[in-house]
Design a binder for this molecule. Sequence first.
Ligand code: FE2
Ligand code: FE2
Length: 293
Amino acid sequence: MKLGLNLSFAIKRCIESERLATLVAEDLDTKYVQFTWDLVDPGWPAQTRDALAKDYAKAFKSAGVTVESTFGGLASYTYSHILAPSPELRALGRDHLKNAIDMTAAMEVPAAGMPFGSFSADDALNPARREEIYKEALEIYVGLSRHAKERGLSMLLVEPVPLATEFPSTAADALRLMQDLDGQTDVPVRLCVDWGHAMFEPLFGTDANMDHWAEVVGPWMAVYHIQQTDGHYDRHWNFTHDGLVTPELLRNYWDRYGLTDQTYFLEIIFAFEERDEIVLEDMKAALKLLRAG
Ligand SMILES: [Fe+2]
Ligand SMILES: [Fe+2]
């Protein structure tokens, strides 16, 4: 199986580009990364933002590491984006992804992604409002796909999330989004499915397993986030922690569905107060477990 690192483990810790690239390539012996927008905020002034982003891209290239995609992280996830209640907020959501596409292009990375968006609590309970906002969001997203193509990207990614107030959350939601966008967008849109989201039992019940996702949206899944979870919350624990996801399960899924290039990116989120040396040792230990699995 092809393992990669979402760089979320490094935020607020290993920030210097060359230091981070060396840590990934040498300490963690990893060749594929997904660059998190928590390292460079797409909303920063474009000139400074692109210079910083290019510096990371250059450092990874020199270290022999491929940045396969860039992705929204904790900061981006805070906001409702294109499913927000007001046109002003939805326009800001559009600008957010547009800026991220520009930053991704500056890095010469082919794909960018994030969750689609979140409804307000009131809108989420109102089917007519959900549908009205969703239709607008589809139009916004089709426009963003045009921008992605113009800037040289070849794919956009959407990550389903384990909240009924967001979209898509279920595999059926994700299928609807993929089918609604199919043929409308200027670059292909595919799913980045997070194992810890898919296995969230309070929302998905007996469907809280990856086989269900493979059955419903198998061909649409281009990338995975992997993390350890107990199925009760979206934990983003590391694989040194006991839980539902084992190296054997990951390997078995990879083999059974004949995956080839759909990188498993570890998306591990440490407590901010965790000590840096523990984070590094924990990442090394987890990769060792996964590689042995
Ligand atoms: Fe994720
Ligand atoms: Fe998550």
